[in-house]
Design a protein around this ligand. Structure first.
Ligand code: GDP
Length: 356
């Protein structure tokens, strides 16, 4: 019955190759539907397939991925998205393991996604080794996905953002986005989460040294990790310093005053207090409307960011531009043309090339 319907859509006289392509396309359509069905019936394997589709750079897959995301959108949104950042070694994976296990004990489902700027620069990865979060990784209520690879942070971040939608549709209530505290990735993560947590270590001297002002401004909480053993007093000192420092910043739009806490991720101490704090934030911001307005602002940001990325990609991947760009660079070096004139020329060229 179904195959009759399919064949009836193929015009008579169509070549065998075209029929195969058509059937193939139809199979892919069914494929998307089955991934979608799997996702909303909370099957991790289907979620992984969906995320792989999102991460693919093939144009055909990108189109399919968008269809899948659109299908999932009505089922998404019902979650809390938490961003966690900190330098390598601060204890991010130990902390996420402890927090994740607590959440699972409370009956929640947790998804952990990562944005690793090192994977975009060197092809290697600071976050990506397999031994991380050993307990969580085995729990059927947790889903852990390593960082996607890619050649630009913007592109990788976009894929993670889209993957969040799929995770939410698959019924994960808490989505944790982890990133290394280097480069620009914190800003990208901050732009896709509801709550942004900065993990720190107690140092020997001035706690605020070497910490970027912008990151403190983004943080909804600063948590001093490894507050155990001999480190307890130093953690307390660090806490005091950060509290003083935070006083100097104006109250953020959320009306939430960022908190400074300490914990021992390894000994699972202080984790409940941190989760209580996140819930307090959630309650405050849903009541005062910031939670939704912030997500709307983030959506607008991602719309503009995606346009930005795609315009850049289509410009630099345009074969004519690829060829002429190197000629223009040479002409600039030989002082035959200014960079501005060359830029204008290339932009005009890309427009005529795209419209033809
Ligand atoms: P990441 O690179 O930020 O993900 O850090 P890891 O979670 O891999 O932790 C780095 C090292 O610090 C590991 O040897 C952990 O066992 C250790 N560690 C993590 N959290 C704590 C803690 O709360 N206390 C102590 N003493 N060690 C910790």
């Amino acid at each position: 019955m179904e195959s009759n319907d399919q064949n009836s859509e193929i015009p008579s006289g169509t070549t065998k190759k075209a029929i195969d392509r058509f059937k193939n396309l139809q199979q892919k359509e069914i494929h998307i539907q089955s991934i979608f069905d799997g996702i909303i019936s909370k099957k991790p394997a289907a979620l992984s397939k969906g995320i792989t589709l999102i991460e693919s750079t093939q144009e055909e897959h990108t189109i399919k991925a968008q269809q899948l995301i659109e299908k999932c959108l009505p089922y998404a949104n019902d979650s809390i998205r938490i961003g966690i950042t900190g330098v390598p070694g601060v204890g991010k994976s130990t902390f996420i393991e402890a927090l994740g296990n607590l959440l699972i004990q409370e009956g929640k489902k947790v998804a952990v996604l990562a944005i690793d700027p090192s994977s975009t620069i060197s092809g290697g990865s600071i976050l990506g080794d397999k031994t991380r979060m050993e307990v969580l990784v085995r729990s059927p209520k947790a889903y852990i996905r390593p960082s996607p690879s890619g050649n630009s942070l913007g592109g990788v971040a976009q894929k993670t953002r889209e993957s969040i939608i799929l995770c939410e549709a698959a019924g994960y209530d808490v989505i944790i986005i982890e990133t290394v505290g280097v480069g620009q990735s914190e800003t990208a993560v901050h732009g896709m989460v509801d709550f942004f947590l900065l993990l720190k270590l107690a140092g020997a001297g001035d706690e605020l040294q070497g910490i970027k002002r912008g990151i403190i401004e983004m943080a909804d909480a600063i948590v001093i990790n490894k507050a155990d053993g001999d480190n307890k007093n130093r953690a307390q000192e660090a806490k005091n310093q950060f509290r003083k420092a935070l006083h100097m910043y104006p109250t953020p739009q959320s009306n939430w005053s960022p908190e400074v806490l300490s914990c021992s991720a390894l000994q699972e101490e202080g984790i409940t207090t941190i989760w209580d704090m996140i819930q307090k934030y959630h309650q405050l911001t849903t009541t005062n409307g910031f939670f939704n307005s912030n997500r709307a602002t983030q959506n607008k940001f991602w719309l503009l960011q995606t346009i930005d990325n795609q315009l850049k990609n289509s410009f630099y991947n345009n074969p004519t531009i690829k060829k002429i760009l190197s000629q223009q660079i040479e002409a600039i070096q030989q002082h035959k043309i200014t960079p501005f004139a060359a830029a204008n020329y290339l932009l005009k060229l890309s427009k005529t090339h795209n419209s033809s």
